[in-house]
Write a protein that binds this ligand. Sequence first.
Ligand code: PMP
Length: 350
Amino acid sequence: MKLPNKLTKLKAYDPITGSYSVRLDANESYFDLPTVMKAKLADQLEQIDFNRYPDPIATETIEAFASYYQVSPDCVTAGNGSDEIITLILNCFMEKGAKLVTVSPDFSMYGVYASLSEIEVITVPKKDNLQIDTSALIAACKNADAVVFSNPCNPTSLGLARTDVIRLIEAVPDCLVIVDEAYMDFWDESVLDLVNKYENLIVLRTCSKAIGLAAARMGFAVADTYKTNLLRAAKSPYNCDAISQKICATVLNEHSLLQHCRDEIIVQTQRLYTSLSELCARYPDILDTVYPTRTNFVFVKTSYAKEIFEQLLQAGISVRCFPNGLRICAGTRREHTLLLQELERILQPN
Ligand code: PMP
């Protein structure tokens, strides 16, 4: 059987799957749900009619999301993680052969989904300091159908100021601007409030990071009602299962719990940044730069990423390895202590 070219070129996403005692590789929240919340959810699951299909719109979840983020529920589409939402948007708003602008480095799945939809990807490199070059991005978007980027960015942890995002949106009215705000709970430069102002804007959010529900797989597209209705019509009818809908709706209604966890994660991330910066100052020949972070992880530029990554894995600590650096997610104090002790051991000259 002859496979289409797009499949033969496909490289599977390669998450870390082993069992490690310290997991700092997937940008998840380090807070599991409190036991009382788990008990509450168990009670609610009993009320689900398991023989019935779930609500296709995920109404209760969307309302809880809309109330937490102060948007209209009519502007929200729920998906099976923002991963599904990204594919949905590309399939819905872009034709085969259309041009999608991405920036590099950024979340690698944008390119994968685009190639599966036979969309041409134009990549704008970031500046040497890993910040987006807004002028270069605008220039590329002038000849493109859509642009997608994460803000703040996975993997660099840097953010593009709201004013720059608006400059981009306004400069390219014919280009769909997809702003993936998976980590925006940890920063405050969102453009979520502008989805009704700009026809060419879609914002993505997820329950997998600050909300702490990576296991439940729910993500959202926020856009004006016109585009929202198109997305709802184009998605598969029962894309979010009843269990995940219930869990996400319940947790999204716990505003003070969510804000507490988010604040704690921000504090822990800044602590991690400080500790890694100190390490960087002591071992400048090995650790190049530690980037200031707007997310729940820290990016460390180093030419020795692979060596350090492998030694950490052997010690039961998983982080994410990139060709030019390591992305380390914030964890508990205990996890940070173990990480830093191990890094110290690895970096010390023999
Ligand atoms: N966008 C970005 C920028 C991400 O980092 C991730 C997860 N790594 C996703 C989207 C996908 O998240 P979800 O769990 O909602 O599919």
